[in-house]
Every structure is written in C-alpha cells, then in structure tokens.
Design a binder for this molecule. Structure first.
Ligand SMILES: [Zn+2]
Length: 462
C-alpha cells in the first residue's frame, strides 16, 4: 500500500544535497519509506500506486515562514503606499472590519493559493480574535496543510510612532489576547496528526510594550511555544527603539528573552553587524520577505551577511496587500536576484542557498527539521512534483536553476502533505476551489463596500 513516484529528478536537500536522476520516492502512511533509483524501487515496492513523474522535478514541499492568512481577501488594496500609511489608512481599516466569516474565507483562499503553488507548510504570524481563530484552524486542518498559527498579542494601540494610532477594530486587550493564546494552544496544539501548532504572535515594539514582550517570552518557555514577531522591518522601527530604549533591536529583544531557536524574526531589514551577531548567538531565524520589502520600499535585508554569519534564514511571502501573491517561487527568484543587484555581484546568494531557505531552513525555523524540509526515509512525505515539460523550463539540465530561476508556482502538478495527495494534476483534493473563488470575490466586494474605501485603479473606469 502507499504511493510510488517514479522517473522524476529528485532534489533531496538531504545532508549530502544529493540530486537523483530517474529517481523514485516510496510513501507509506505519512512517511517516506524509500528513496533512490526508479529501477530499484520498482522492484522493492510492487504493491504501491504508481505516479509517473517523468519530465518532472520532485522536491521537498516549500515552507513559507511569514504569512498573513487574513490578508488574501484584501489583495491589491494598498499598492504603492509607504508601510505606515499602508497599515493605518488601508490594511488596518479593512481588517479591523472583518467578521469571522471573512477571516475564514480569506484563509481558505490563501490555503488554496499556497497548495497550488507548492507550499506545504507555513507560519501565520498575527491572527486577531476578530478573524475567528477556530474557523481558520478548521480550514487549515481540512486543507491538509501543516502550519504554525500565531495568535496576535498586543497592549499598545499605536505602531512605531505614537502618532500612528491603530484602527479601533484592530485593538485587542492584553489580558484577553494572552488568555486566548493559551486556550487556543490547549485546544489545537498537535491536532491533525501533529500538523498544527499554536505559536505566540506579539505585535512589534510600539504595539507591544517591553513588559508584554518579557511576559510573552516567559510564557513561550513555560509552554514550549514558538514566537513569531515582525522585526526591524522599516526605519521607523529602529528610530522608535533607539528613542525609547537607547538600544539596537536585537540587543533589546535578547534582553527581554524573546530570542531563541524557536523565534521567527520577520523581515530583519535594518540590522547592524552587532544585531546579526546576537541573532546568531541566540539561534533565532530571520525570515526574508523580498517581494514585500521591495514593494513597500522597506529596505533590503542583509541576507549575504546573515548567511555568512551562520544565521538561519528562511523565506516568507507576507500578505495580499504587500506582495500580492503567496507564491514562494516568486520569493525564491527575487531572493536570488535582489542581493546580486544590491551588491553588484552575481555570485552572492546562489540558487542552492535559496532552495535551502525555502525548505530545510524553514523546517529548522519551525523546529521541524527532523520531520520535514528534505526528502529522506523516515521523514514525513511533504513533497511537490514540478512539471518541467513546458517551454519556459526546457531544457531542464540543472534542476536547481530551474526551480529558482525559471519555474513558477503554477508548474506544480502534484502535492503530498503528511503522506496524503492534497493536489493531483493541479486538482486540489481537499478543498472546493470553485466555491472558494466565488465566495472570496463576493466577500471582498462586500467588505470594500461596507468599509467605504475607494480602492479602485487611479485610471478612470468606464
Ligand atoms: Zn507581515
């Protein structure tokens, strides 16, 4: 019983970084049980359902370490704006009017897009109570995906500068959000055969006090929960921290106990060499979001310096208004290109490092490297099959180059998560695609009409 994928080019991302030509992967239950040459596995696994992966690349499922599920519904609502205006005039106003129904529809749309572009695991950073955490957790379980969902936590209703007041619908009470995070952890941690975990999602300093971050750090240690926080994203963050605390951001977070091997620092754009040293010493991960940082003109994360220092760097798509897609193939290509042009040096951040960021580094970031992030016997069968028989890919002579520079999310043909075929021949098996697209369009129109923001193009509509 189980599945046998044959005749694919396998990018294993195992210890030796082997690439197997005419390779096969055998899956039983939720695990990979065998991997190697097709002719050998065909002899050993006669009982399995065969999936022909000729002209295809088989690789670990992509891991998106910074996602806002609730922002898929507001894709395209805040283009060409600076981050603080982007947040206070558009994103918070729209999200601050969400119902739990809209929260769920947005999550379903996002999950669908992620599966269809080869993401198998993700980390959501800021689930506000009004989005309906339980409905979203149910949607994730139903989709078949693996996720770390973080409940948002805050105690100050501004961002980076006291002038930037949060939209009332986004403000949450400190005691209530801490209690909810604990309740949700008790309810959902480990559900879906271990696919779901619940993390702590404190808003950054400016929306969270130093005292609250200290409390979150203590709670994370007690309950063994991860922390996912926006960090040094824009220059305003650094100014705020320097003016109020007289420190660099990493030093301050280290003093508050926030940094550790299960801390995701989303963005990490404005870092000094001292910040980088502290992050490495503490074992935290920096999640690089090149599309979001480029589109919002937040700055360029020092990825070459982080990699040289030995910091774990993972990748993230961020959200619908900042990216505006959840397709990790875009992030891979932009990661590989952005630092080259920034340094005027085409040898920095080579394609191999980028695939590591999108797979094994993401697994390390989530404390799941013993289960996912590479294709090896004994690990969970989280893998994708990329159809390479296409004009924009042929000739596929170097699969690493193909994945990073030529392939697109829509080339992903088949997706397995936890041993289950969640998508086959681009048909998602776990969700009703047509219904989700219809509902999402309707819900997005309703929300915009209710909030009354003019979000149309600047060109006249006739
Ligand atoms: Zn974000």
């Amino acid at each position: 019983m189980g599945y046998l994928l044959i005749h694919g080019t396998i990018i294993t991302v195992d210890e030796r970084r082997r690439i197997i030509d005419d390779g096969a992967v055998a899956i039983e239950g939720r695990e990979i049980v065998d991997i190697g040459k097709s002719e050998e596995l065909l002899v050993r696994h006669k009982d399995k359902e065969i999936i022909d992966a000729s002209d295809s690349i088989i690789m670990p499922g992509l891991i998106d370490c910074h996602v806002h599920l609730a922002q898929a519904l507001i894709r395209g609502c805040a283009d060409d704006l600076a981050l603080v205006d982007w947040l206070s005039k558009r994103v918070w106003v729209l999200q601050g009017n969400y119902s739990a129904y809209e929260g769920r529809v947005s999550a379903e749309l996002c999950l669908l897009e992620m599966i269809k572009s080869g993401t198998t695991t993700f980390a959501e950073t800021l689930l506000a109570s009004r989005y309906g955490f339980d409905g979203i957790a149910e949607a994730v379980l139903q989709s078949g995906m693996r996720a770390a969902l973080a409940k948002s936590i805050m105690d100050v209703s501004t961002y980076a500068d006291r002038k930037n007041v949060m939209y009332p619908g986004m403000v949450e009470d400190k005691k209530a959000c801490l209690q909810q995070a604990l309740d949700l952890h008790a309810r959902w941690e480990g559900s879906g055969d271990g696919r779901l975990s619940v993390w702590l999602g404190p808003r950054p300093l400016g929306s969270s006090s130093a005292a609250l971050l200290k409390e979150v750090a203590t709670l994370a240690r007690e309950k063994q929960m991860g922390i996912h926080i926006h960090f040094a994203e824009v220059q305003e963050d650094i100014n705020f921290i320097q003016q109020n605390f007289g420190r660099q951001p990493a030093q301050l977070l280290a003093e508050l106990g926030v940094l550790g091997p299960r801390t995701l620092l989303a963005h990490g754009v404005w870092l000094t060499p001292e910040d980088i040293d502290i992050i490495r010493e503490q074992g935290a991960t920096v999640v690089h979001n090149p599309s979001s940082n480029s589109k919002c003109a937040s700055g360029i994360c020092p990825v070459p310096e982080l990699l040289a220092a030995g910091v774990n760097v993972a990748l993230g798509c961020d959200g619908g208004p900042s990216n505006n897609t959840y397709d990790m193939f875009w992030e891979m290509k932009l990661t590989a290109c952005l630092h080259k042009v920034n340094k005027l040096n085409p040898t920095v951040v080579p394609a191999e490092r980028v695939i590591e960021m999108a797979t094994i580094n993401g697994a390390k970031a989530l404390g799941l490297e013993h289960l996912i992030g590479s294709l090896e016997p004994g690990k969970r069968a989280d893998l994708i099959v990329i159809d390479c028989n296409k004009p924009h890919i042929v000739p596929n002579l170097n699969p690493v180059s193909t994945v990073v520079y030529a392939a697109q999310g829509q080339d992903v043909d088949t997706v397995f998560i936890n041993g289950r075929p969640v998508m086959r021949q681009r048909q998602v098996q776990t969700m009703d695609e047509e219904m989700i697209l219809t509902e999402a369009t309707r819900a997005a129109r309703d929300l915009r009409a209710r909030v009354g923001l003019d979000l149309g193009p600047r060109w006249p509509i006739y």
